[in-house]
Design a protein around this ligand. Structure first.
Ligand code: WTA
Length: 645
């Protein structure tokens, strides 16, 4: 498999931004002279004041990351205003509704008007530079307006994915101390309604400081109303002026907070700042997707995830691209939907997740083949390792062998692509994210932190800073240092395992910490356990991931009930409900196994390795169980093992 190589065609290489001949020298320069390289790259952004200092970073305590620190700019200005002279009438956003008969085009001129009106409305409600604004929206253009309106006035947005529960929304509002929420009456996905306003009302019962809720009318469904707090979007936005000056922001002023799960505790507020993030996302968007002027680019992610932030909104719009926003799902009204949208809007670049590819693959080729897809030029993958079968199908059936696949490895924390092919420069291998992007210095280390050279497998670290990386955990810099820089001193630890082959290609093997990746969504096992433990009858639980054909990983929960409580199917359903209520439906456990004890060491630490093996059905390779406090626990685990469906 590691020898299978796919070369880009002449059609791709002849006009690519970066060719194979350029890659090595440019990569060397980006590593040996970061100031020179990133100083040059800064020119792609419009600065109100050009930075004179480029890189000022340390991965050793006290960890401090600053890029372009004396530069002044505005992200919304870069995504909108600067394009107006040349592109006022070019489409900035294509919106494709959940209903295939609904779509619209928004030009850069219209985008400027819509964003400015909302920005003025926010200011009228008292929002100031540095304030946090929570956005809990469906995939409609207004979600993008909301992000850019915040950026325009220097407010910091915190987008919460619409699939999260009221509890999760509440935690995020409280953590970032936000007193304004932008939402909609209801969302629409796959023909089903999502009660966003109702969820917001529920969350706000515990958020007394929220004084304004701006509600977009999306479906017109009935919603409860708190006249002191709630305002309709159209009532406060439509009458505003279409002029709103862009706030002057320092390069290191915060742009947004995005919550993500780690191996311990509650989700943390990953903080991204303005200058480095804009340079990095616009550069990676242009070079990794080989974006050419006039092309239609579609990333199927939700703006509630980092992929939506960097590669639906900021990267593409900074490049004056046409970015498609999709409200729906891949299987509604039928399994042809993605490809119908590609044909309808003449999409050239298509970026999705392996879980979607796997779901469509198993429905057969006909759904794909009955569409043309002749406009497609580049395909992308993100969110989890892509298995060989899915890659081959994506390549041969969707892309008809002519579209390079960019398998982009990166994280919420990294802000943008880190290890990825460049279409015209790097031949691909199915399942490998291939080579590092410019300025990214991967290191693979063993358990003790020793750097390994040549072909090897171990823990993936990054040796030095890049402009798009997170700056801190919001209001918790100690947690930032602890989470990312303490496992292997002086290095950023990604939490991922990785293999490097003979050709220097990188193969991400998945998380090596207690994070599980379900359909490209990240959860900490501790987070799910703590939700399960909220059930009155639960004494203790342990959650692990197991290989799942469709989702990549599924959620397997081992649960101990309180003495006197009887296990039952009914009880399982209740536990599932608790998790859905506390985190959201996306964290629904696939399997619950009743146990009377967990495999613990004598010091009380759960041996998760054993739980993972049992869940995966690898019962012949449990390894050494002699250090367990009670080895008999393992017999019970095996006897009552549930076969995941
Ligand atoms: C995983 C999503 C393999 C990885 C952008 C990482 C991947 C986590 C890939 C981050 C890929 C993402 N190949 N694994 N191309 N892309 N991952 O923060 O485990 O939601 O650490 O960011 O997803 O997930 P996050």
């Amino acid at each position: 498999m590691t020898k299978e190589l796919f070369q880009p065609s002449a059609a791709i290489t002849s006009k690519a931004h970066i060719t194979a001949a350029q890659y090595d020298a440019l990569y060397q320069r980006s590593i040996s002279d970061p100031d020179g390289f990133w100083g040059d790259m800064a020119d792609r952004i419009t600065w109100f004041k050009k930075p004179t200092k480029i890189k000022n970073t340390s991965f050793n305590a006290p960890v401090s990351i600053k890029w372009y620190e004396d530069g002044v700019l505005n992200a919304a200005y870069n995504c909108i205003d600067r394009h107006l002279p040349a592109r006022a009438n070019q489409t900035a956003l294509i919106w494709e509704g959940d209903n295939p008969n609904e779509s619209k085009h928004i030009t850069y001129a219209q985008l400027k008007d819509e964003v400015s009106k909302l920005a003025n409305a926010l200011k009228a409600r008292g929002v100031k530079k540095g304030d946090r604004v929570t956005i809990y929206m469906p995939m409609v253009p207004e979600a993008t307006y909301a992000m850019l309106a915040c950026a325009r006035i220097g407010a910091v947005h915190s987008v919460v994915f619409g699939g999260f529960s009221p509890d999760s929304l509440k935690d995020r509002i409280l953590d970032c101390d936000s007193n304004i929420v932008i939402t909609a009456d209801e969302g629409l996905r796959g023909g089903k309604k999502v009660p966003l306003k109702k969820n917001t009302d529920e969350a706000l019962k515990s958020c007394p400081d929220v004084s304004t809720v701006i509600v977009l009318k999306r479906t017109g469904g009935d919603v409860a109303w708190n006249a002191k707090r709630d305002v309709w979007w159209h009532d406060i936005v439509d009458t505003q002026s279409t002029d709103c000056p862009c706030e002057e922001m320092n390069a290191e002023d915060p742009l947004f907070i995005l919550y993500t799960s780690g191996s311990t505790g509650k989700p943390k507020g990953v903080l991204h700042t303005t200058g480095g993030y804009m340079v990095y996302t616009s550069l990676t968007h242009e070079w990794v997707f080989d974006y050419q002027p006039g092309e239609v680019y579609w990333c199927t992610a939700d703006v509630g995830w980092v992929t939506g932030h960097s590669y639906i909104v900021y990267g593409p719009l900074a490049n004056g691209a046409t970015s498609l926003i999709f409200e729906g799902v891949p299987n509604y009204p039928d399994f042809s939907r993605f490809w119908q949208v590609v044909d309808k809007h003449k999409v050239n670049i298509f970026y999705t997740a392996p879980t979607a590819i796997r779901a469509l693959l198993r429905e057969g080729d006909e759904w794909v083949k009955k569409t043309s897809r002749s406009t497609l030029r580049i395909l992308g993958s993100v969110g989890e390792p892509i298995n060989h079968e899915a890659w081959m199908w994506y390549n041969a059936v969707v892309g008809e062998g002519r579209c390079p696949i960019v398998d982009t490895w990166w994280q919420t924390e990294t802000g943008g692509h880190m290890i990825t092919p460049l279409p015209g420069a790097v031949a691909t291998k199915p399942g490998s994210a291939t080579k590092p992007f410019f300025g990214v210095a991967p290191e693979i280390v063993d358990g003790e932190g020793h750097i390994m050279n040549g072909p090897c497998e171990g823990n993936l670290c990054i040796a030095d800073a890049w402009p798009g990386m997170m700056r801190t955990v919001f209001r918790d810099h100690a947690r930032f240092e602890q989470t990312y820089f303490s496992t292997f001193k002086g290095k950023y630890f990604t939490g991922d395992g990785c293999r490097r082959d003979d050709d220097g290609y990188y193969w991400i093997t998945g998380r090596v910490d207690d994070v599980i990746n379900v359909s490209g969504h990240r959860f900490g096992t501790a987070e799910i356990e703590s939700a399960i433990n909220e059930h009155d009858c639960v004494a203790e639980s342990a959650v692990v991931g197991f290989p799942h054909d469709l989702k990549g990983q599924g959620i397997y929960a081992y649960v101990i009930l309180n003495t006197g409580r009887e296990p039952s199917e009914e009880m399982k359903k209740e536990i599932v409900q608790v998790v859905r209520k506390i985190i959201g439906p996306i964290a629904t456990p696939d399997v619950i196994q009743w146990v009377s004890g967990l495999p613990k060491t004598r010091s009380g630490k759960i041996m998760r390795r054993i739980l993972r093996k049992v869940a995966a059905g690898e019962i012949d390779s449990l390894g050494d169980t002699s250090t367990l406090a009670d080895p008999a626990v393992v017999d019970e685990l095996l006897k009552n093992r549930q076969t995941p469906t």
